[in-house]
Design a protein around this ligand. Structure first.
Ligand SMILES: [Zn+2]
Ligand SMILES: [Zn+2]
Length: 189
């Protein structure tokens, strides 16, 4: 399968396509016990510090380490209830490919735990799995942008970028909306 290159991601759909494809690879490579057909994906543009999160229904009487009988869960047909991996566009812009993939493995461990036990946390079982799949225990947060672009006339901030991308390389071709002026690039404090 021709994979979508990380550097070619330009839209939310691209980011979801890349992340789904990586999830399939990670499932094989790291032997993740996840049912990806029961996982949905979305992209959030709301400013937040977490790079990604798993949104899941509350399952009553679920305990980490005790596999759940999904047949007794209301609304379930015997399979795990669907959950959603919510991706942060800002985090994607801030992260290298390796950081993004590590973030996805972290979230897939939450999916694994949820689908087996009906709930998930960052406790001892999660820590053990995180070591096995070489990801962080804490949900990743992300940092300040690498570059700021301002209008060359009035100084209004026009864009910020977190890593090298086409815009960073070609910003001289852009004009500001406010003044139609060229952009100046600076690095934030
Ligand atoms: Zn987490
Ligand atoms: Zn301006």
């Amino acid at each position: 399968m021709a994979g979508l290159a990380y550097d070619a991601i330009e839209s939310h759909d691209d980011l979801v396509a890349f992340s789904r494809q990586y999830a399939r690879e990670a499932r094989r490579e790291w032997l993740l016990d996840v049912r990806l057909d029961l996982v949905e994906w979305d992209v959030s543009t709301r400013a937040r510090r977490r790079a990604a999160a798993v949104k899941r229904p509350r399952v009553p009487d679920a305990t980490i380490g005790e596999p759940i009988d999904w047949n007794r869960v209301p609304d379930s047909d015997g399979r795990p209830l669907p959950c959603t991996v919510s991706l942060s566009w800002e985090a994607f812009e801030a992260f290298s490919r390796a950081e993004w993939e590590s973030t996805l493995r972290h979230e897939l461990l939450h999916v694994e735990q949820f689908q087996r036990d009906g709930t998930t946390d960052h406790g001892a079982a999660f820590k053990r799995r995180a070591r096995e799949v070489e990801t962080d225990v804490r949900c990743r947060t992300f940092a300040t942008p690498e570059w700021l672009f301002r209008c060359g006339d009035c100084g209004t901030e026009v864009a910020r970028r977190y890593r090298d991308c086409a815009f960073v390389r070609e910003y001289e071709a852009y004009r500001s909306d406010c003044c139609g002026a060229g952009l100046v690039r600076s690095q934030p404090e």
